[in-house]
Design a protein around this ligand. Sequence first.
Ligand code: IPM
Ligand code: MG
Length: 372
Amino acid sequence: MTTPNKKILFLPGDGIGPEVMRQVARLIEWLEKRHVATFTVTEGLVGGAAYEKHGVALTDETMAAALEVDAVMFGAVGGPQWDTLPFAVRPERGLLRLRKEMELFANLRPAMVFDALVEASTLKPEVVQGLNIMILRELTGGVYFGEPRGIETLPDGSRRGVNTQVYTTSEIHRVARVGFELARKRHHRVCSVEKANVMESGVLWREEVQKLHDAEYPDVELSHMYADNCAMQLVRNPKQFDVIVTDNLFGDLLSDCAAMLTGSLGMLPSASLGGADSSGNRKALYEPVHGSAPDIAGKNLANPLACILSFAMLLRYSFDMGTEADIVEKAVENALAHGIRTGDILQPGTDQVSTVQMGDAVLHEMDRLSTS
Ligand code: IPM
Ligand code: MG
């Protein structure tokens, strides 16, 4: 059955963004060729690429396009050539503007260890084998956007830098709600993470998550943890977690940490979701957690799997195409099981392939899965 046309905006960005996104474009062609769905894909500039052409990291036109489509597929932004630019036009601002104006408050960062990659982790195999946790990061609030912010010069000529950590009840509830709903589809456990021992915003976070739990989600097991302890527990015994819900900054740190449990940052997908509208649709942006990796950009060396797995999340969360998402994820698992590896996850006895060859391998496995 062919489902109605689905609109996706491609924002490949900088560094390895364009080359990993090209592998996703091939997956879209695959789906269309098999009449699974038709997509309308448009493309725009973001990050340093947008800065070079327009002098800003995201134009108003591209912002408007992002608000109009069903889902945004995002590559990566940034690079050393833009590191000295003023804050307001830095490549990262493009991504932050998308998150803010699309109101993508819920950032899902699953960390899964594929059996074939158990040895690729820097942790002992028994610590990570079978790991499947979900980090849910609040994405539009906290210290990333809090006011006042800025750098000021004091009368004595010294300078003062300020950022503000701030959360309201509704901001905490809406992300915690997503966490409890996710837990209901998983193992019914949520660990809420803050620094209530030193921060008022952390005290509020803890109290409000507990209140929402008691009122609406008593079937889910809720625990609370300080963020520093959580960082330690993630490398000590990560399998104790099911869903972790945390704020913007702690989520940024803890998700990088969790990424490394899986062997490589090149494996981690993410989905950033907004609130549901009256017909149940959510604004959404999908991006690999890895950055632009300028050192290997343009060399056909990058691992496209995080981007491909992000596309699987797009199929699942934006288009309700769970079957196809399963096929993509299974194809990735099979390709890895056959010893096919990009450089970042290379192990003794496996074959190093290029970005495009990894795309070939995933498509090949998708062929096999759909005919079997
Ligand atoms: C991430 C990144 C971003 C962040 C940067 C690129 C602005 O580290 O998505 O984790 O800090 O949120
Ligand atoms: Mg980060």
